[in-house]
Design a protein around this ligand. Sequence first.
Ligand SMILES: [Zn+2]
Length: 398
Amino acid sequence: MAAAVEPEQRAGALTGDALMHPWFAALRPYLGDIRLFDAHTHLGCGDPDGSCFGAAELRAALGVVDARGVVFPLAEPGTYAAANDRMLAAAELAHGRLVPFCRVDPRNGGLHEAERAVGLGAAGIKLHPRAERFRLGDPDVREILAFADERRLPIIVHAGRGIPSLGRDALALARVYPGAPIILAHASITDLAWIWREAAGQRNLFFDTAWWNTADQLALFSLIPPGQILFASDTPYGRTVAAAAVVLRAALAAGLSREQIAYAALDTRFLLPLHALLAGELEGRGAAEEARREFDRIASVEPRERVFDREGWRRLKGARELDPPGREVLRALWLAREEAARASDRPPFKVMAEQAMVEVARRRPRGAEALARVPGVTPPVLRRLGDAMIAAIEATAA
Ligand SMILES: [Zn+2]
């Protein structure tokens, strides 16, 4: 086993974090008001690779960019119970900066340990198929997934190189256990070349950014919907500030807007505390089970494609009372509004209100100035449909 890192070197690493800070700070103007949430950090000193990292150092590393983060154990010899207890204790002391996940070995009492640790406050589960030598398709893993599905617990899976069928197994599990968010760590590097095609259709499949290669980061942001990418550093192997400087640049370079990045960040800033708050209230009222059923029902509704009815104008209030030229104008406006709505990707009612359309058809005012006096024909409506209205009215007058 390699020697553990000396305390002085660890302090040096934190100096390195501070030195990296300007590279992150330079991105601030592009990012808006976001607070980083690091989905992948470790604590522990028993890893066979010699890594050793303590809670105070992790808090300091996250603190450099005022980030919060998920923490789970590095590899441990034997069982994970003691290490998981250390995660819970570290989170307790971190005043909300750390969210503890438990790590379990499916072939060594994994389900039991997951149940125990979650009962004590672990918010998710880490699985490492290579270190613990199992496959995601194993029956022991299914039991853990079923538990996570029932309790809505995220499962983060080490998904680096050298694990055959990992992506295929993860996708199959995601389909069978839709209540368990499955996070493929390390940009799902082995399977990214194909699994992105399935990702957008599988809403409980997520990808973390804990990977060192910028080309792969660019591919990740180009292929995976931003709402399914989780910022992650793999601290202590990576560092939060260094990862933020690289990952956010990759996101911007791949074409994500400031709004898309802020949206992804705000998910973890507000949704986690809000979830805890609302879950507590529902439990208190004994309504958690009923609510869960209702949420499942809503989540399973498939959005239907809106079919445009070319004759839909006939059903508008006041359409029947129009004279024949009025009906002609309304019909033309109905079609023009649909076209404008499609072109600008807005719902039709946002392009022009229906009562305003009927009113224009009834009055048939000549010219933009007269049109502007019709209630509901605002300057934006005139800008969007003014030409179409004038043409439709002139056609009936000719
Ligand atoms: Zn890791």
